[in-house]
Design a protein around this ligand. Sequence first.
Ligand code: ATP
Ligand code: MG
Length: 475
Amino acid sequence: MHRYQNASGKIKVLLLGGDPDNVEPLKEILLRNNFDITQVNSLEEAMTSSSKEYFPIIVCDIELHRRDWLASLSNSKQLQPPLVILVTSHATLETTVAALSEGAFDYICRSEDPNRLEADILHSIDRAIKHLVAVESHSTVISQTLEKSASSFIGNSPPMTRLYRMIAKTALSRGNVVIVGESGTGKELVARAIHSHSDRASKPFVTLNCGALTESLLESELFGHLKGSFTGANSNKKGLFEEAEGGTFFLDEIGEISQSMQVKLLRTLQEGEIRPVGATENRKVDVRIIAATHRDLLQRMEDGLFREDLYYRLNVFNVEVPPLRDRREDIPELVRHFIDRGQSKDPKTIQAISEDAMTFLLTHSWPGNIRELENAVNRALGMATGNILLLEDFPEENNHPSRSTSPSPDGMTEPRNHREKEKSLDEVQAEHILHVLQVEHFNKTRVASILGIDRRTLYRKAKHYQISLSRKSID
Ligand SMILES: Nc1ncnc2c1ncn2[C@@H]1O[C@H](COP(=O)(O)OP(=O)(O)OP(=O)(O)O)[C@@H](O)[C@H]1O
Ligand SMILES: [Mg+2]
């Protein structure tokens, strides 16, 4: 159960009403839709109630002449101030802008038609909930709400909190999005979060890596083709734009597309239409584009490689995903998360991580960002022999990128001196095993994999050659 909900899982709403004729229909709507409502009749009561108990949402049905309470609510010390939905009999552009800028989450004009009123209220509450979830997307609530827990966000450092706010804002608006960030920072995760918190969430989320395809394949992937339009086009094929109809199309590595594809994409965005390869007529499409790139698009524009008009069509929202080195405080939580996830199938044997291993993780520069950290933890889980992750379980290349003495993975080593020819095969094997053991800090799993044998064989050979597999007896 989350703090938004009461004991039976209903979402809590504080209803602030004045005129019974106005508030009764609202109350019925909220009850009918399974909200847990607490009704109060004055501003003072509302303030008292919301200071005693947390209400995620306040529906306010009185005409307010003073709205300073909105500001005091949002300045309150609560982690997440309540979202206030104002219902009014008379809304103008000016009052709407005023209400929203003073801190109301939404401003609804009361419709005469009860069905319309209900739809408006529910839509607004729905947006409010999505908003709360997006802002707190690192909390447990979101892992139920996002498609899979695998896609949940970890981290509540200031850069991540800013990112959550940006995701929420973007998800609740329309307009295309450009996500920029270094490789492995979580751009795709951000794109999915924007989609799943938007009003397109129930529609498809389609992804395409633009960098992975040749020009002609890319065109047919995007727009589809008609049978016979080129050699090998044996049937009609729907393009991904059409697959994404009503939903979101994630164009990864947008910086890689050619000039002529840029023109075609621009035309689609301008006209909301596509033309399959070989077709003579256009088809309408309604798709929100989220594009991502690890490149500096402004620089590419300056260099004449990326069209300015396309950039401005795409870049209605610009979301920057921070590199991991700028939010190191998230590393311990991420590590715990990846340890849990990495062991989800096996019995959880790893319980902790040693201090020096954590120091290493906290100080490494992580050029490959979260993906690199995730891979490092997963490999360490494979290496670990006890129930604690040790420094030596982490890949050496994270530590010393230019380790030159390392044997190549196929187990070959540098040429030995001529005396070797006089050694027996057994001696060479024993020496080589010992050499790899030392280079790999006695990490048995890694040694076995470098030697191309399984761990049991390694133990057998070590016993045969009387080689100790533990570091202590050597030191
Ligand atoms: N905040 C986060 N919390 C937990 N996991 C994350 C977070 N950000 C990213 N990840 C994980 O890190 C990995 C990389 O994320 P993602 O694929 O979204 O990055 P990317 O920026 O698209 O990378 P690339 O540039 O390499 O395509 C994924 O496994 C993702 O689930
Ligand atoms: Mg990606």
